[in-house]
Write a protein that binds this ligand. Structure first.
Ligand code: UDP
Length: 239
């Protein structure tokens, strides 16, 4: 295996099952846990940044009269809810060790504050660190939190799982059947073409800190294990 330490960004939307009206699809998370167990067995350290879009999105709440900062803090709380659920399902479904670390002040009975030294300690101990609360400030997203954490913990790759899309295309492949897939692309090209990979703050941060991105379809069987092994179709983003 090429990597020793990876960071997986999970969007909140991916956790949901709209057909079954579930904000968190437990069966899906159990399958995720089984994959993570395989990866941990290979002595690869895993950090996760989880989003909150299945429960709340600050920008859309603002349209309904909730001031942006407050709406964003509610979004950060949504990420904490997801992180706590993931932690329990990981531990109870297949005996993984996981730890939620939070960038928003919250009672330590619920989650401990993020601290780089402790995060490194847990990772080296084979525990999955689940980062909650984004970067802890409004007007940001968990994509930026993921690039920030990847920089801090020196993750070798940031795995960006997309729903039903196996990497980056020059246009939306769900709309344009002739969309062209990139095997590899640079950060500047993403920004120039305004490709919807992550928000532009996150892309710029990844560029400045040289964070390699691996964009893949998180939907398939064993998708994360395959992405790490570079099996199948994906896009690598680097300078
Ligand atoms: N959020 C924020 N600051 C952060 C991270 C998240 O204000 O550093 C808020 C923001 O309102 C966002 C919501 O939390 O809409 C959920 O996060 P995000 O949209 O990144 O989740 P995802 O799209 O990955 O599910």
């Amino acid at each position: 295996m090429e990597y020793k330490r990876i960071l997986l960004k999970l969007s909140g939307e991916w956790l949901a099952n709209r057909e079954k009206k579930l904000s968190i699809d437990y069966d899906l998370v159990v399958k995720l846990a089984e994959q993570l167990k395989e990866i941990v067995k290979q002595k690869i350290q895993i950090a996760i940044v989880v989003g909150g879009g299945n429960l709340w999105r600050g920008a859309s709440a603002e349209k309904n009269g909730i001031p942006r900062s407050k709406a964003d803090y509610i979004g950060m709380i949504a990420t904490i809810m997801n992180a706590l659920a993931l932690e329990s399902i990981f531990e109870n479904s297949c005996g993984l060790k996981a730890k939620v670390m939070c960038s928003v002040n919250i009672d330590q009975k619920i989650a401990e504050p993020f601290n780089l030294e402790n995060a490194n300690k847990y990772l080296e101990n084979g525990e999955i660190v689940i980062m909650a609360g984004g970067i802890g400030r409004p007007y940001f997203t968990t994509d930026t939190a993921a690039t920030l954490l990847a920089s801090e913990i020196k993750a070798e790759v940031l795995l960006l799982g997309k729903n039903g899309v196996d990497g980056i295309y020059d246009s939306d492949p769900k709309i344009n059947p002739n969309a062209v897939h990139f095997g590899e692309i640079g950060y500047d090209e993403i920004l120039k073409r305004k490709l919807q990979v992550m928000d532009s703050t996150a892309v710029a941060m990844a560029k400045d800190n040289n964070i390699k991105l691996l964009v893949f379809n998180v939907g398939g069987e064993n998708s994360i294990v395959n992405a790490i092994k570079k099996n199948g179709k994906f896009t690598i983003v680097k300078s």
